[in-house]
Design a protein around this ligand. Structure first.
Ligand SMILES: NC(=O)c1ccc[n+]([C@@H]2O[C@H](COP(=O)([O-])OP(=O)(O)OC[C@H]3O[C@@H](n4cnc5c(N)ncnc54)[C@H](O)[C@@H]3O)[C@@H](O)[C@H]2O)c1
Length: 253
């Protein structure tokens, strides 16, 4: 309890999946949470659950790929809670039907997938860092993927390229803002049981994935949120520019 006491955290894509779990967990640990999502009802539902547990949160609705939306959501969060300390760039999309091999992906879907998974971090950082500086420091957490670390025969090339670029951006932000007391790290989850994977996770595919994961199962959202909590908290105060792989041993095999 209280690992994030006094901190205000913005979590993008906090209406569902890992983002929602992180919002609930951060609030349990004393953070006040800005729940940002393109789905306003989902964001409100996360806030309702946080409030039911005695926590404090604000729902803000917008598209992380659109600068004006991000600017407004960050400003609303900062105004409401008076400061910002954590920017958790969690929102992302995996559209296996439209984002495949470069040979079969339409340019418009490439652009949209990269805008949501990568350009969003540009907007959140641009508009969020001034608040972290004003607070005397903070933590930026980016969401990568094991897709950025290894190739797959079933390709999602726009997603993979965006997540790979996030590794480089994470290191650049870590170095640039270190002297401001702002840390920046990236988490690479393996497969996690969330609405993002649900449309694709047939029983057969789940079994195939599980067979390739040394721990023998896919992750629960809370197992990723727990690592984000560590990176948001002062327990990780000497970590910046780091990549944390949370994949049940998949890439170690
Ligand atoms: N689930 C996995 O297996 C897995 C694996 C590796 C990495 N990740 C990464 O973890 C992050 C969270 O994934 P998840 O599985 O919880 O996803 P999810 O689909 O379950 O939830 C994503 C949330 O982001 C929101 N969102 C989507 N597009 C948005 C936009 N343009 N603007 C604002 N909000 C938007 C959705 O409404 C949703 O609430 C993503 O960055 C994803 O790439 C997930």
């Amino acid at each position: 309890m209280n690992r994030l006491n006094t901190k205000v955290a913005v979590i993008t894509g906090a209406g569902m999946g890992i983002g929602r779990e992180a919002a609930l967990l951060f609030a349990e640990e004393g953070a006040r949470v800005v729940v940002a999502d393109i789905d306003g009802n989902a964001a409100k539902e996360t806030v309702t659950r946080i409030e039911a547990g005695g926590g404090e949160a604000l729902a803000v609705t917008g598209d992380v790929a659109v600068e004006a939306d991000v600017e407004r959501m960050i400003a609303d969060g900062a105004r409401h809670f008076g400061a910002l300390h954590v920017l958790y760039n969690n929102a992302g999309v995996l559209w296996k039907d439209r984002d495949q091999s470069v040979l079969h992906t339409d340019g418009q879907w490439w652009d949209r997938v990269v805008a949501i998974n990568l350009k969003s971090v540009f907007w959140v950082t641009k508009h969020g860092v001034p608040h972290l500086r004003r607070a005397g420091g903070g933590s930026i957490i980016n969401m990568g993927s094991v897709s950025a670390l290894v190739g797959f025969t079933r390709a999602q090339d726009a997603y993979t390229a965006a997540k790979g670029a996030l590794i480089s951006l994470t290191k650049s932000l870590a170095i640039q803002f270190a002297r401001d007391g702002i840390r920046c790290n990236i988490i690479h989850p393996g497969i996690v049981d969330t609405p993002l994977q649900a449309p694709y996770l047939t029983d057969a595919l789940r079994k195939e994935f599980e067979a390739g994961i040394p721990l023998g199962r896919i992750a629960r959202p809370r197992e990723i949120a727990a690592v984000a909590l560590f990176l948001a908290s002062d327990e990780s105060s000497f970590m910046t520019g780091a990549e944390l792989v949370v994949d049940g041993g998949f890439t170690a095999g």
